[in-house]
Design a protein around this ligand. Structure first.
Ligand code: SF4
Ligand code: SF4
Length: 370
């Protein structure tokens, strides 16, 4: 953690250069949200511009993706995605992040941002990036924000001073997320809230290998449905990413609030499906709004939600190996009525009430779309 207070140099030390300062934050006027699907309206869409990364972090499964498997999202898929978003959740937060991929690898990024702003004018768009292409001056922070992004959320794989200098050059407000409160830019806004389409800011993050142990132990680095190479992770400095002795008895908010779209346009179970094991099981954005309804309110998703609400990760193959626990994962979301129905052939069909954990365990573990 760095301090914004400039210290006098000790004898023999090179003089410290003063850190650049951010322009002040001005809180934007946030539009009143509309939720076309009521309490079942997704609040975040994670959209993958690139499947595959230019780094190979030890806490990630990117190194398992072969070059021949890399995919960049195309314009047709991008347009279909934002058309659906504008219909079903027009005030959503959009996170342009690979499940395992670096969004700035997509050379159409600036064009796509402009298209998204036209198709879904009220969304809040965040780009989550490892920052390497920005450091290489292939993308300027200002250009990304001017094209339509609202938040640049940059894991600083490189010297913090270089990122701060570039953030300063952009002219937009910025802050180091992990600075002490007293050192933060006054009025700095959280990226985890909807502020609307007029917000512009840069959030500089510490990349995970530099995190203190307390943050690493908080289970916010997952095991990617158990697909991570645990030995490699441990050797790379992440011994806390280890196989579970037994499935967690915890809820998960992901399938209730978050939609994950792969670079090919297919819906995935969640952001933890880095190797896209569920690709092909939930349909794709190419089936339009109706296809979205069939995915979001389909039998598989409703069944998974029912199990997760019972803290029964054990019954869902993917969740049984998942170690991640997000800060709000234990919230009880959706009501029984919303869970006990599916959208099928253009209409609602009632389901029998979901099984209890014990009943489910007696019937064995369900595999998705089996
Ligand atoms: S953690 Fe992010 S930057 Fe690192 S390899 Fe995975 S996708 Fe790339
Ligand atoms: S518990 Fe299941 S739905 Fe939640 S993040 Fe883990 S694998 Fe995804």
């Amino acid at each position: 953690m760095t301090s914004r207070n400039v210290q006098l140099p000790m004898l023999g030390e090179p003089p410290q250069t003063e850190r650049p300062t951010s322009p002040p934050f001005v809180r934007p006027k946030t539009p009143r949200k509309q939720r076309p699907l009521g309490k079942s309206t997704p609040i975040v869409w994670l959209v993958e511009l690139s499947f595959g990364c230019n780094l190979a972090c030890a806490h990630c499964v990117a190194e398992q993706i072969k070059k021949s498997e890399n995919v960049l999202m195309d314009e047709e898929t991008w347009r279909r995605t934002f058309e659906i978003i504008n219909e079903v959740s027009p005030f959503a937060r959009i996170d342009l992040a690979g499940t395992v991929g670096e969004p700035t690898l997509n050379p159409r990024l600036l064009d796509f941002l402009r298209i998204a702003r036209e198709l879904a004018p009220n969304v809040q768009i965040q780009i989550t990036t490892n920052g390497t292409r920005i450091l290489a001056r292939e993308y300027k922070m200002k250009d990304l924000l001017d094209a339509g992004a609202n938040i640049l959320y940059i894991d600083q794989y490189g010297a913090h001073g270089r990122f701060e200098k570039m953030a300063h050059e952009s002219g937009y407000p910025w802050y180091q997320y992990y600075d002490d409160e007293a050192d933060k830019t006054p009025g700095a806004l959280t990226p985890w809230q909807y502020w609307g389409p007029d917000l512009k800011m840069i959030v500089l993050m510490d990349e995970p290998s530099t995190w203190p142990a307390s943050r690493r132990r908080a289970n916010i680095l997952g095991s990617w449905l158990g697909t991570i190479d645990y030995k490699r992770a441990a050797a790379g400095g992440f011994p806390e990413i280890a196989p579970l002795r037994e499935p967690l008895k915890r809820r998960c908010n992901q399938p209730f609030q978050y939609v994950t779209v792969s670079a090919t346009g297919e819906y995935l179970l969640c952001c933890q499906d880095g190797l896209q094991k569920t690709r092909g099981q939930f349909g794709s954005v190419h089936s339009g709004v109706e296809g979205f309804r069939e995915f979001w309110f389909g039998r598989d998703m409703q069944w998974i939600r029912g199990r997760l609400r019972e803290k029964d990760r054990a019954s869902v193959k993917e969740c049984s190996k998942c170690s991640i626990t997000f800060s709000r994962c234990d919230y009880k979301l959706w009501d029984d009525e919303a869970l006990n129905r599916v959208w099928q052939d253009g209409q609602w069909v009632s389901l029998e009430p979901t099984l209890t954990s014990e009943e489910s365990t007696e019937q064995g573990t369900l595999e998705l779309s089996s």
